[in-house]
Write a protein of this length. Structure first.
Length: 605
């Protein structure tokens, strides 16, 4: 294995010694209890199984059959989650065939960031992750289960389900994906129409036509944003049936993989020889494998927040320096939009997660000896699932890439380093997704133009005030201020300005979408402005230098003057807007108690 992998893993293990040990002790104690129906009172048992069909009730209570929880994020608002409507029936049927029983233990909320981008609902998006984690805990706290199947795909849903499941770390768990939608209008063509609309060159009708051609059916959006990054990371963590991430929802293979998830989770319960509870499976090596897979594919910046929280749920402490050190030694092996032109269906056809994981294993960039839900270990996740008649089989991928413009061998990567970088300086600590940014834009030095809402930047663009070199500082967008919304609506106007030849960049304590693109953006700046962070000291005209090569982010202001500046405060009227309407009042406690972005924006510690 590469020395950086060994060193970072050892550092994480040492840092986590005071939290990981007690966590493992707790899940061991829970695992040693008698099964649920045996340790519960008769009234509890009767309530738990009152609605089960008689045969299932007899099987679980009298015959003590294995009992599986299903926690589902089904709704038909999210295209990626609409296919889950029929999954419980398939799972029940397969479980009965295998002598087990199933209950849908609960549902978790699932919101679509694509619907809420630029709107007040986006201010609830990040906090929905911890709400999902709590809903997962409510579902599993009925405490009658031997294992759990977790049905979720999109942005905050997978991290939320994973955080919740890790708080029930004594349970074996398998994630069950639903797959991507078929390819529609290409992501590049969609982006072009968005930029034309931002310039007023096309109207709403043309823009809606393009968006509807891109987002047109069941399944995840086809760009490599947070949802599809989730699936890549779950494969790298060994929490899927191998190779199941990017199979279309309505493919015959999808149902076979869903049925296999039942057999897989039954194979790792405490009743068998290969008991693998999720809290033991997700150790520091598995967390590092997920981080490496993210970096090697240029995945979503959101995971520099989410995976800190996921790791913490298992008693493991990671930070952005760990990501940065790994990124320096991990090759970039995939180019999928926005850091390339391919969509996830083309990525899958070219070799997909299996190809990337094989290359990472063979080049010493992954821990090979970790536990996974599949008995074949990490090597099982380098194979391709297929149907042989009605039987599910796996076969080795071809040695060659199916398309070297999409995935490459580790010996001939797109870049010798990963797609994410850490920036630090007198403006704080931030991250930047470099894999999609042209190399001549990795260093930007320009005067600041300060905004305190994304709407103010859009208004300035429409008024023609931004036709020049500048760094947009969009502050008071952190978790304390307004829930840290994604600012993806800023991408088209900034891309237009960059296309005109201006040197522009974004610096913000908010988030960008997992589809962060070609405009250089220093995001997640911590500490945030509302918490006294240095972005509150920036003034219009200050020279800002963002250097993704050196890893620095500075206001080039005299140190004495900088120290003497009084931070700008969030205006009362804007604070009032952030606190009210469309459910924002209900999340006031989370805004007050949330940790910083680098601490995972956790609300439950």
């Amino acid at each position: 294995m590469k020395s950086v992998l060994i060193d970072v893993t050892a550092r994480i293990r040492e840092r986590s010694s005071g939290t990981r040990g007690p966590y493992l002790a707790r899940i061991t104690r829970l695992a040693q209890r008698p099964p649920g129906a045996e340790r519960m009172g008769c009234a509890n048992v009767a309530h738990a199984f009152a609605a089960l069909p008689g045969a299932d009730k007899f099987r679980v209570v009298a015959e003590k059959a294995p009992h599986i929880a299903v926690v589902t994020a089904y709704n038909d608002m999210l295209s990626a989650h609409q296919p889950y409507e029929g999954f419980p029936a398939v799972i029940r049927d397969e479980a009965r065939r295998l002598g087990a029983t199933v209950q849908v233990a609960g549902g978790v909320p699932a919101m679509c960031d694509g619907v809420t981008q630029g709107l007040p609902g986006m201010e609830l998006s990040l906090f929905s992750r911890d709400t999902i984690a709590m809903a997962t805990a409510i579902a599993l706290t009925h405490d009658v289960f031997d294992a759990a199947l977790l049905l979720g795909v999109c942005d905050k849903i997978v991290p939320g389900l994973l955080i919740g499941a890790l708080h029930f770390g004594h349970l074996p768990c398998v994630f069950v994906p639903a797959g991507p939608m078929s390819s529609g209008l290409s992501n590049n063509d969609k982006a072009k129409v968005r930029e034309q609309a931002a310039q007023g060159l096309v109207g709403r009708e043309k823009l809606l036509e393009a968006e509807s051609a891109a987002y047109h059916g069941p399944g995840t959006c086809t760009f490599y944003g947070t949802a599809n990054s989730n699936q890549m990371l779950l494969e790298a963590m060994g929490l899927h049936v191998p190779g199941s991430a990017f199979v279309h929802p309505h493919a015959e293979l999808r149902e076979a993989l869903t049925r296999q998830a039942v057999a897989t989770v039954l194979g790792i319960t405490s009743r068998g020889p290969r008991y693998t509870p999720i809290g033991q499976l997700v150790d520091e090596r598995v967390i590092v494998n997920a981080m490496v897979a993210l970096l090697a594919t240029g995945g979503s910046t959101n995971h520099l927040i989410h995976w800190v929280a996921v790791a913490r749920s298992a008693g493991i402490l990671i930070d952005w320096t760990d990501f940065a050190d790994l990124s320096a030694g991990v090759p970039l092996l995939a180019r999928v939009y926005p850091n390339g032109s391919a969509d996830v269906n083309q990525f899958q056809a070219a070799g997909g997660p299996g190809f990337v994981l094989r290359e990472l294993l063979d080049s010493g960039c992954l821990h090979p000896d970790v536990a996974t839900v599949d008995a074949g270990g990490m090597r099982a996740f380098t194979q391709l699932p297929m149907l042989d008649g009605q039987a599910l089989r796996w076969s080795a991928l071809p040695q060659a890439s199916g398309d070297s413009s999409i995935v490459r061998h580790a010996a001939e990567p797109f870049s010798d380093s990963g797609g994410l970088r850490l920036l630090q300086g007198n403006l704080g600590r931030a991250v930047i997704k470099t894999s999609a940014v042209p190399e001549d834009r990795h260093i930007i030095e320009a005067p600041a133009r300060v905004f305190e809402t994304q709407e103010a930047l859009q208004q300035a663009f429409k008024a023609g005030e931004l036709d020049r070199d500048f760094v947009a500082v969009v502050r008071f967008q952190g978790p304390h201020a307004n829930g840290m919304p994604e600012l993806h609506k800023l991408t088209p106007p900034l891309a237009v300005l960059q296309g005109k030849g201006f040197r522009v960049a974004l610096v913000t304590d908010g988030r960008m979408s997992g589809a962060s693109g070609k405009v250089p953006a220093a995001i997640h700046v911590s500490p945030e402005a509302l918490a006294g962070g240095p972005l509150a000291r920036v003034r219009d005209g200050d020279l800002i230098r963002m250097d993704a090569v050196a890893g620095t982010l500075n206001a080039l202001v005299d140190a004495t003057e900088w120290a003497a500046r009084v931070p700008t405060l969030l205006q009362d009227d804007q604070a009032e807007v952030n606190a009210h309407d469309l459910g924002r009042e209900l999340f006031g406690g989370m805004r007050r108690n949330v940790r910083s972005a680098e601490e995972g924006a956790i609300t439950w510690l």
